[in-house]
Design a protein around this ligand. Structure first.
Ligand code: FES
Length: 99
């Protein structure tokens, strides 16, 4: 699901890293967004809505809507779509974190 060779931008050099989402390890590429890394691993639900407990994930993808809020390394309400992946990053969905 990732573009590795683009006709205009060329070939991307990527360093593979490991991230953890809700206690499960996944592979990702350093520098891509947390949301993109999780989507590439077939994870579409990042949290559940407060009132109706409906699944929420990427909506705007540019940091405006706050639908993609997760907890990253203990920091609450981090927008997954504009946060870059780092090696051994620990991500928790909002409901899993009890927020
Ligand atoms: S998807 Fe809208 S802020 Fe992340």
């Amino acid at each position: 699901m990732r573009i590795s060779n683009h006709p205009i931008l060329g070939t991307f050099e990527k360093k593979q890293v490991t991230i953890t989402f809700n206690g499960v390890d996944y592979s990702a590429y350093e520098g891509e967004s947390v949301a993109a890394a999780l989507l590439a691993n077939n994870i579409r639900t990042l949290r559940y809505s407060d009132k109706l407990k409906q699944p929420r994930g990427i909506y705007c993808g540019i940091g405006h809507c706050y639908e993609c809020r997760v907890s990253v390394d203990g920091e609450k309400s981090v927008r997954a779509c504009i946060t870059a992946v780092k090696d051994r990053m620990c991500i928790q969905s909002k409901s899993e974190h009890g927020l």
